[in-house]
Structures are given as C-alpha cells and as structure tokens.
Design a protein around this ligand. Structure first.
Ligand SMILES: Nc1ncnc2c1ncn2[C@@H]1O[C@H](COP(=O)(O)OP(=O)(O)OP(=O)(O)O)[C@@H](O)[C@H]1O
Length: 278
C-alpha cells in the first residue's frame, strides 16, 4: 500500500508537488496523467523514495519510504525510469539479470538459479532473439522492452513506471501495457504508471490521478475523469469523448486547434464517413 499524506516537494524555491493526499491500497493499475511540467515524475520520485517530501509523508505500508533500506525496498518495489536504459555495451540478457541484484549476496550469488525467471521475462518482452545483443545496438523501443524485462525479474509487489511507452510504436505500446496488465493481475500487484496518452491510460488503468501545476486536479475511474472539460481545462485542447462499446473505456478524439466541430454531435459526423463501395 502506498499512501501520500499532504505531500509537498519544493525544489529551488518552486513547489513542484503541492499538498497531495491519496492512497493506492488495492492491487490494480493506477495512472498519473497531466500536462508537461505538472509534477508527475516528481510525484513518482517521491513514491519511489528517490526524493524526500519537503512536508507531509509518503508511506509504504505503515512506514515512511525513507525508513526502508535500499535492498529491502528493491525487493518490494521496482521502478522504470523516464528515458529507460542507456545505450551501453552490456548484453540484453546481462542487463535483465541485473534486476536480480536485490536478491543476491555479497558475491552476486543467489540461492535459486534465476535463469528460468530471466528466460520468462525475455520471452514475455519478445527479446529471446536479441538476448546476446549489446544495448548500444538496439533501437530505443527494444531498449525500453529490455528495461521492462529487467524490472520484471525483480518480482516486485509494486511497480512504478515513468512513461513506459516512450519510444514504442502503437503496436508495442498496446503490447507492453497488455503484458503489464496481465502480469499485474496474475501477481496482484500495484502498478503506478505516468502516461501521456489519455486513450491508453483509459484503456488500461482502473483509477487515474490527474495533476495540474503540482496539485491533484481530479481522481477516479477513467469514465469519471476523462471528459471533454478535462481535456480543455488541463491540456487546453479540444476533443470529443467517445465510447466504442457500451460500458467500455472512454476514448478521446482530438480536434485541430480552433477548428472544432463543436456543435455537431459525433454520431452525426460519423455518418459522413462511408465505407468504400457503398
Ligand atoms: N531537479 C530539478 N530542479 C529544478 N526544477 C525541477 C527539477 N526537477 C523538476 N523540476 C521542475 O518541476 C516541475 C515538475 O517537473 P516534473 O518532471 O515532475 O513534471 P512532469 O509532469 O513529469 O513533466 P513531463 O510530462 O514534461 O515529463 C517542472 O516545472 C520542472 O521544471
């Protein structure tokens, strides 16, 4: 369980996270959304213990995150940082194996052979064929998949993902979130992901937190949070919100700036699009 109690973070006289209170108590997918500079990464850094609140407290279970030794924290929580892995000379397999550091003794040994776990993570991320390739000879998307495989072998209870779909094409974006979602359910994990794509956030998250100017702007299920008004007020963009199936997650369709077809209901407009051959 992660709980933020009136958490604020001030960096160089600017308060980048302001008085945030929330808790993630149940297993599930939690999304943090909001515009550039809203404070999403800063909030994730507070949740991972990489930054300490200037005021308020960030708790893991019933203790402040700062009270956990590094290795103990790594056995509970895995973090995928923004920007992913650097393009260095380590092979994909060795890089993924480094995710086991929290379970190793002084000499890098483990009680049980971690190979099956590493093979499974490589397999799930479609990296078996690339496992012996160095990271500096991979595309950005392949490196991002290796980064996720690395935190998979950590076997965490909580996973914090900062823009996990960066560098991925839409097929891999969906595949990555599908894998994370499936894995979250199998293991009953709490997954917190900073996502820029509202449609993906709506498809995969059970609950969303919206940040604006460092503060909590809204929170709730995608159905309650993703609205035309939210897109307008938080992102200063015009959009329609549509449902592709009854009871399904909302999806947004953007308008060009200032060229909104605001008066026409969406169903009316969809009749303009005729399948070829009719
Ligand atoms: N180390 C730092 N020193 C000074 N200011 C910082 C530092 N880190 C972040 N900030 C500022 O804090 C604010 C929030 O940054 P943060 O990276 O948390 O936003 P974000 O919502 O993740 O943005 P993005 O979507 O662009 O990644 C920004 O205005 C940023 O310039």
């Amino acid at each position: 369980m992660i709980e933020a109690r009136q958490v604020s973070l001030t960096i160089e006289q600017t308060t980048v996270v302001k008085d945030m209170t929330f808790s993630f108590t149940k297993p599930g997918m939690y999304g943090i959304i909001g515009p550039n500079g809203a404070g999403k990464t800063s909030l994730l850094r507070l949740m991972s213990g990489a930054a300490q609140p200037t005021s308020g407290s960030m708790l893991l279970g019933d203790k402040p995150i700062s009270a956990y030794p590094r290795k103990a924290l790594a056995r509970t929580m895995a973090v995928l940082q923004q920007g992913g892995l650097p393009p260095v000379g380590f092979s994909v397999r060795d890089t993924v194996a480094m995710g086991r550091f929290a379970f190793q003794g002084w000499f890098g040994d483990e009680r049980e052979d971690p190979s099956p776990l590493i093979d499974s993570a490589l397999n799930r991320m479609g990296l078996i064929e690339l496992q012996h390739r160095p990271l500096d000879r991979l595309s950005g998307g392949e490196r991002q998949r290796a980064a996720l495989a690395q935190i998979m072998v950590q076997n965490p209870h909580i996973m914090l993902l900062d823009e996990p779909t960066t560098y991925l094409d839409i097929g891999y974006q969906v595949q990555l979130l599908e894998t994370v979602h499936e894995w979250q359910r199998e293991r009953g994990m709490i997954v917190v992901a900073v996502l820029h794509d509202l449609n993906l956030a709506s498809l995969y998250c059970d609950q969303l937190i919206v940040m604006k100017d460092g503060s909590l702007y809204a929170s709730g299920t995608p159905e309650t949070v993703i609205t035309k008004e939210l897109v307008h007020d938080v992102y200063h963009a015009d959009a329609e919100v549509i449902y592709t199936e009854p009871g399904g997650p909302p999806q947004i369709v953007l308008h060009r700036a200032g060229v909104g077809m605001k008066e026409k209901p969406i169903l009316d407009r969809m009749q303009w699009i005729q399948p070829i051959g009719r």
